[in-house]
Design a binder for this molecule. Structure first.
Ligand code: KIV
Length: 305
């Protein structure tokens, strides 16, 4: 039984993060967001007090081994988002609308966003693009689905951009991105991811809009930061982009642990007595003598009399 009384309500339960809470964080403290694509990573992110879990379409690269995010489908995003939701994280769950799920028509975009919320259990969707996406965003918002914007190096445009390149380096491109951010804000997005943009441009956009900006490879002036789960924890092999800071080397730790497991299996050190199930001594003796086996074989094969 709890000791809580009206005068002493007991320990304060941590509050789940909601879309209005994220909006208020324009005033600080800075927002933290990481990707998560499954139950254990969502539970870890939530327990670490991360504000927002992004079920990102980077699942294509980080988990499925695809080269581009263009390979993921709505059904894949629903499966990953639902696994995240089952962890019941306190973090806000935002799910990426994959490529071609909002490009064909606004009707299809609303239907797909609805599936990501209803079947995927997310609280909001994210989609890439600026002024060119405003009409679609307005339709999704009209269905009461909160939308996060995404500007700069938008990986779904990799073919149009000619590769993964920092965006907004020329003054006209930078001005266009500021206009895009204002258009997204006017449409009603609750926050905007800025990916792969120079720090001064990210600072200018952060200044220009009243919704929080969340940067990745966008310097330190944004209202929050986002990184891919596997990058922060050092789970991926190979080289990371310049903006990534890994706070652990879990890949090395995992390899070392699996090597020790394999060595223990081979030496017989695993499993030990304590890791083994046992039966009563008399049953063990019968089994060791082969008695139990022959009795059972006889009774099942001999005709009943
Ligand atoms: O899918 C993803 O991981 C993203 C982040 C890079 C923002 O969209």
């Amino acid at each position: 039984m709890s000791d809580a009384t009206p005068m002493n309500p007991g320990p304060i339960k941590p509050r789940p993060i909601t879309v209005p809470i994220v909006r208020e964080r324009k005033a600080g403290p800075k927002l933290t967001m990481v990707t998560a694509y499954d139950h254990p990573s969502a539970s870890i992110a939530s327990d670490a007090g991360i504000d927002i879990i992004l079920v990102g379409d980077s699942v294509a690269n980080a988990v499925h081994g695809f080269e581009k995010t263009l390979s993921v489908t709505v059904d894949m995003m629903i499966m990953h988002s639902a696994a995240v939701e089952r962890a019941k994280p306190l973090s806000l769950i935002v799910v990426d609308m994959p490529w071609m799920s909002y490009h064909v028509s606004d009707e299809e975009a609303v239907r797909n966003a609805g599936r990501l919320i209803r079947e995927g259990g997310a609280s909001a969707v994210k989609l890439e693009g600026g002024a060119n996406r405003v009409a679609t965003i307005e339709r999704i918002l009209a269905a009461e689905i909160p939308v996060m914007g995404h500007l700069g190096l938008t990986p779904q445009s990799v073919n149009a951009m000619g590769g993964y390149k920092v965006q907004g380096k020329a003054i006209e491109d930078a001005q266009q991105m500021i206009a895009d951010a204002r258009a997204l804000e006017a449409a009603g997005v609750f926050s905007i991811v800025l990916e792969g943009v120079p720090d001064v441009l990210a600072a200018a956009i952060t200044e220009a809009v009243d919704v929080p900006t969340i940067g990745i490879g966008a310097g330190d002036a944004t209202d929050g930061q986002v990184l891919v789960f596997h990058d922060v924890l050092g789970l991926g092999g190979g080289r990371y982009p310049k903006f990534v800071r890994s706070y652990a080397d879990l890949r090395a730790g995992a390899i070392e642990a699996l090597e020790r497991y394999a060595a223990d299996v081979q030496s017989g050190a695993y499993p030990s007595e304590a890791e083994t199930y046992h039966v009563r001594d008399e049953v063990a003796r019968m089994l060791a003598d082969g008695g139990a086996l022959s009795d059972r074989t006889q009774s099942s094969s001999s005709p009943s009399s």
